[in-house]
Design a protein. Sequence first.
Length: 126
Amino acid sequence: NWPQLWDGHMCVLKEGPLNRTKITENGKRLRKNWTISHVILTELFLLFFKDAKSFVAMKNGSGRPELCVDLNGALVYPADKVSSRKNVYVISTVLGTQVLFQNECNVQAQSWLYAIQAVISNLPCN
Ligand code: I3P
């Protein structure tokens, strides 16, 4: 139950909008479908919500993220040849999920990269 899991256990390290698309699930390639998400970085997860309102709703006891990426053992790096877009990074999880995230502003995109890298390096499986 997401609201319960959230309650008192996780703090928001970074929050804001990013474009994202899942490209692999369980090691299987998916068709790209870029969407804008409201992204929340915690000490354990990168959570993608439909919008900021959905995140507030979850905290108030209803709903959950559209996508939850387990950062323990994950890798994050520039996705240079994976997209025609600029400032694209890939997060690759131990269970074989890969998510691209992107921001038109390279400073913004890079600040997400650094924040996610910092979380990963603090987790046991880094
Ligand atoms: C895809 C769509 C994606 C694009 C992808 C296309 O077409 O245009 O935005 O990824 O390129 O295949 P469709 O909507 O028909 O699925 P990028 O924006 O990241 O380049 P790709 O096939 O080179 O991954």
